[in-house]
Design a protein around this ligand. Structure first.
Ligand SMILES: [Zn+2]
Ligand SMILES: [Zn+2]
Length: 328
C-alpha cells in the first residue's frame, strides 16, 4: 500500500469532511500526524494539512491508513499526487517573526499570569490573546487571514518561550540573548506597570486605520516600544503645525535652530537653515492622551534623532548629550 494507490478524489473529500468534524488538532492527533510545515490542500477556501489528508484519504479508499512514516519522497510527492487528483495545493509563505509590539502583549500577559497558569492552545487567555494579535493591524490583511498566523498553538509556544528565559522561573540569570524575546524581556520585564500602559495603548491604537500606515523607516522594526507606538510617535513629530510652532519658539528664545544633543546648527555647518527634527521627549505610553506641550518637544538633528530612537535604555536628549560628553 502506498501513496500511488490513492486515486479517488472522493476519498480525499471524505477525509476533509472528517478533518472538519474533528477539528484540525483532533484529526492530526487521532492519526498521529504533525502539523504540516510544507503543503496544504485548499478545499472551499479551507486549508488541510496535505500529508495527513492523503494518509486518511487512503484509509477511506482502501481501509488502511498511510501513517506518517509510510510516506517516502517527502512533501512534494504528496503535493503532486493530490494535484493529480484535481486538488489545489499551496505552500503558504513563512509567517512573519513576532514584532516587538506583539511580544509586549505576550510578555504583559505572561507577567500577570505566570504564577497560576500552564499555557496551552485551549487555555482561554491564550485564545483571547491569539484573537487580539490577529486583529492588530501591524501586518496586512493577507498575512492575518492565514489560519496559522498567531494561532493559539503559536501563542502558547511563545508564552512557554518566555517562561524559559524568565530568571525567576529557571533560576538562571539571563544571558544577552539576541532574539526578540530576550530583547523585549530586557526592555520591559522590570517595569510591568509601564508595560501594561504601553500595551493598553497598542491595543487601542493597533486596530485603527492609522496602524497600517508604516513610516517606511527601517527604525520602526527596532523601536523598543514596538511598531504601533513608534508610528504614532513619528506622526506626532511630523505634525507640521506643531513643528512650526516649536521652531518659532526656539528661534525666538535662542536666535538659532541648534540640535539639543550635539549643538550643531545646519545653518552654521552647511549654510542651510532649519534642517532639524522635532522629537517628542516623553514616550507615548507616558503621555497618555494629553495634548502635546512645546516643552515636551526637543529640536534634534536627524542623526541624533535616530540615535535617540534606537538607544537602549531610552534616553532623553539631555541624557544623550551628557553621555556624549562623557565619551570625550
Ligand atoms: Zn545632533
Ligand atoms: Zn522622535
Amino acid at each position: 500500500m502506498a501513496l500511488a494507490d490513492l486515486t479517488d478524489p472522493q476519498a480525499v473529500l471524505a477525509a476533509a469532511r472528517e478533518f472538519d468534524q474533528r477539528g484540525r488538532e483532533g484529526f492530526l492527533d487521532k492519526y498521529g500526524f504533525r502539523p504540516a510545515r510544507g503543503f496544504f490542500v485548499l478545499i472551499d477556501g479551507k486549508q488541510y494539512d496535505a500529508k495527513a489528508l492523503a494518509g486518511v484519504a487512503h484509509l477511506h479508499q482502501h481501509g488502511t491508513l498511510l501513517t506518517r512514516d509510510m510516506f517516502s519522497g517527502g512533501d512534494s510527492t504528496v503535493a503532486r499526487r493530490l494535484e493529480h487528483l484535481g486538488f489545489e495545493v499551496t505552500k503558504p509563505n513563512r509567517l512573519p517573526d513576532w514584532t516587538t509590539d506583539e511580544l509586549m502583549l505576550a510578555l504583559d500577559l505572561y507577567l500577570r499570569t505566570r504564577e497560576r497558569i500552564s499555557y496551552s492552545a485551549s487555555t482561554q487567555i491564550v485564545t483571547d490573546l491569539s484573537a487580539e494579535l490577529r486583529a492588530l493591524r501591524i501586518f496586512g490583511d493577507e498575512t492575518r487571514a492565514d489560519p496559522r498566523f498567531r494561532n493559539p498553538a503559536g501563542v502558547a509556544l511563545k508564552l512557554h518561550n518566555l517562561s524559559s528565559i524568565d530568571p525567576s522561573h529557571t533560576g538562571e540569570g539571563m544571558g544577552h540573548g539576541g532574539s526578540g524575546d530576550a530583547r523585549v524581556w530586557q526592555d520591559w520585564a522590570h517595569r510591568p506597570d509601564e508595560l501594561a500602559v504601553a500595551v493598553a495603548l497598542i491595543r487601542e491604537r493597533g486596530t485603527g486605520d492609522h496602524a497600517l500606515v508604516d513610516t517606511g523607516e527601517e527604525d520602526e522594526y527596532e523601536a523598543p516600544e514596538g511598531r504601533v507606538l513608534y508610528r504614532q510617535h513619528r506622526r506626532y513629530e511630523r505634525d507640521r503645525t506643531l513643528v512650526a510652532r516649536k521652531k518659532a519658539a526656539v528661534r525666538k528664545s535662542t536666535g538659532r535652530l541648534a540640535c539639543e544633543v550635539c549643538g550643531r546648527d545646519s545653518a552654521e555647518v552647511y549654510g542651510v537653515e532649519g534642517v532639524i527634527d522635532v522629537h517628542h521627549i516623553v514616550p507615548l505610553h507616558k503621555v497618555g492622551q494629553s495634548v502635546t506641550a512645546l516643552e515636551d518637544l526637543a529640536l534634534v538633528c536627524p542623526t541624533c534623532h535616530r540615535v535617540l530612537h534606537q538607544h537602549r535604555p531610552v534616553l532623553t536628549p539631555t541624557e544623550l548629550r551628557l553621555s556624549m560628553q562623557h565619551r570625550h
